[in-house]
Design a protein around this ligand. Structure first.
Ligand code: SF4
Length: 296
């Protein structure tokens, strides 16, 4: 009976994933959603959209695994710090584990062949599938007719004739399909992943390859203020507006110094790991010792 068939959807809340879910649901298959949490990307609007579509969304934190990948991505990085192939393989691995846990038969995603140069070309889709450990169990309904038949199609769980052959970067067919399905509200396709942003990637690279160790909070801090690397351990972060000035104070921890003008408006500055200031940094001029009663 079709109503007993379950599938797990990688659900970002974007139009492609909405359409993929709808196409599979139209075949009478129950769809559970899965989404991932990290300091680099997260739920955004996915939760609200899943609720509208009546999809149960399982949220899995993949920060630890992604950090390991970032240090040595097997399939390299994109233009910035985005290890998209390894990252997708990890997501499908997690989705596959969840599929087994809930007794679902396959995984689906809204990926479209050729839509993204690094992670959605034919070769990458094959690598991702192989590396995930769930070869044959990943169905991409929007491009299925251009890809090899999957196990759920071969087993008759999914009717291949009702799947699509969309490819390329144009979103025209997806938009036509959305109109046909009565889908009006969906987020724009803009990424939402900090790892694809040049400025954030530069800061992340600095944190990864300069400091010996760092916390998740220090990754979060990369999203705020102007950053000045003062030594391999010490960084100064300066707020750029009122909101950042307020947020910066939440990152103040033992061992840091926080600078605020007393009766004046001005930026808040956070000297991360200020306790590491030593004579060497004073001797080489990175830090100065000012006279005790100096008035500015
Ligand atoms: S854009 Fe970000 S979230 Fe998406 S696959 Fe690449 S690294 Fe992962």
């Amino acid at each position: 009976m079709k109503d007993k068939i379950k599938a797990v959807a990688l659900f970002s809340g974007g139009l492609d994933s909405i359409l993929a879910v709808k196409l599979i649901r139209e075949q009478g298959i129950e769809v559970k959603g899965i989404n991932f949490k990290t300091p680099f990307f997260g739920l955004n609007e996915a939760f609200a959209i899943a609720k509208d579509l009546n999809i149960n969304l399982e949220i899995i934190d993949i920060t630890e695994e992604l950090l390991k990948i970032l240090k040595k991505p097997k399939y390299g990085l994109g233009k910035n710090m985005n290890p998209c192939i390894d990252c997708h393989a990890l997501m499908f691995k997690k989705a596959g584990e969840y599929m087994n846990k809930i007794g679902a038969s396959f995984i689906l995603s809204g990926e479209v062949l050729g839509e993204r140069p690094m992670s959605q070309n034919r070769n990458s889709l094959n690598i991702i599938e192989r590396e995930s450990g769930f070869k044959g169990r990943i169905l991409r309904p929007l491009s299925a007719l251009l890809l090899a038949e999957t196990i759920p199609e071969k087993e008759g769980l999914v009717d291949r004739n009702k799947l699509l052959d969309i490819s390329g970067r144009s979103r025209k067919r997806q938009m036509e399909l959305a109109a046909k399905m009565g889908i009006k509200d969906y987020p724009s396709p803009a990424g939402g992943c900090k790892l694809t942003e040049p400025a954030f990637s530069k800061r992340l690279r600095d944190l990864f390859f300069t400091q010996e160790s760092f916390s998740i909070e220090e990754i979060e801090l990369l999203k705020l203020g102007r950053h000045f690397r003062l030594s391999k351990d010490i960084k100064l972060v300066v707020g750029r507006n009122k909101e950042e000035n307020e947020q910066l104070q939440n990152f103040f921890q033992e061992g840091d110094f926080l600078f605020k003008a007393k009766n004046l408006k001005g930026p808040v500055s956070l000297l991360k790991r200020g306790f590491k200031i030593n004579n060497e940094l004073i001797d080489n001029g990175t830090f100065w010792i000012l006279p005790k009663n100096l008035k500015i």
